[in-house]
Design a protein around this ligand. Sequence first.
Ligand SMILES: Cc1ncc(COP(=O)(O)O)c(C=O)c1O
Length: 363
Amino acid sequence: MKIRAHLEALPPYASIEPFEVLSARLGREPSQIVKLDANENPYGILPAVRKALAEMDFPHIYPDPESRALRKSLSKFTDVDEEYLLAGSGADELLDLLMRVFLEPGECILSCPPTFGMYPFDAELNAVRCIEVPRKADFSLDMSSIRNAVDEFKPKLLFIASPNNPDGSLIEPAVMDELLSLPLLVVLDEAYIEFAGENLGASLSRIREVPQRENLVVLRTFSKWAGLAGLRVGYGAFPKWLMPILWKSKQPYNVNVAASVAAQSALANVGELAKVVGLLKAERTKLLVELQNIPYLKPYSTQSNFILCQVTGVDAAQLKTQLAEEYGVFIRYFNKPGLRDHIRISVGRPQDTTVLLEAFRKI
Ligand SMILES: Cc1ncc(COP(=O)(O)O)c(C=O)c1O
């Protein structure tokens, strides 16, 4: 039996190793591992969320396909009417859903690397071309090349993250306005917006504009700021005209009951979560200064919960391996153009910073 031809050639997604696999491989207890490689929230879930999960009423019943209760809470949190909101099994599911809904095999999307690896990955999965317009050396967008690529290839969708992963930079409002004037649907990925600016990124987010525009989608997630990466829950705000087709095309039970309960509880305790985000932002400031003092690292300023560093005089891939094997510290290395001499470090707790810095100083 033949599988679909484009899938035969598909390289596997290079994801990070699960915690228990790591700890078994290295012979270290999970508590002896400092995991700074996937931008998760090291403080874990709030006690209130743990309690809500323990007391969950109906795990034996299929979830609400429309995630009504969650969308109601999200509407209060985002100030966007429920009719524009759709929840997913992580923002990842919504990226894939958008590609499935819009693109015929052979059509194209636009992405601006270095950025999140799922955009080209989902494109390949959907037999779609990913046109890549690299960012400039300072990670800002190359607007004239973007305009040229739009003219030449006519991509239907642009996937763009702000703050961007892996450098943590925000898109300037004027640049975002320019992107929105292009003849395509802009999918703005705000997975890390809660770490930007003040007040969980409220004034920097563009989510409240979605109802006023025809060509803006904003995606968000509970994986990072809310510590729910393992439960898989994200959401998006979409133009009204797009909602009926999204409802028809998604898996009916895409957000499971535990994810929904946890996300609602997180939103009911947003003040507590804001304190955790505050701790991470304070640690980010401290870590940035400390990294500047490591002679072989050149950290970039960031609006997210990670710091990208250029590595000089030391091999970045080797540095990652050495940190893991000798010190139990996990950071991210990307074997990709523009990033081969870089590492990305998630911001952890003060004790994580201590172990990380000690290791850097010994290397
Ligand atoms: C830019 C960006 N978007 C989306 C995601 C995925 O979010 P989720 O865990 O909700 O699928 C990530 C996770 O690393 C990310 O970095």
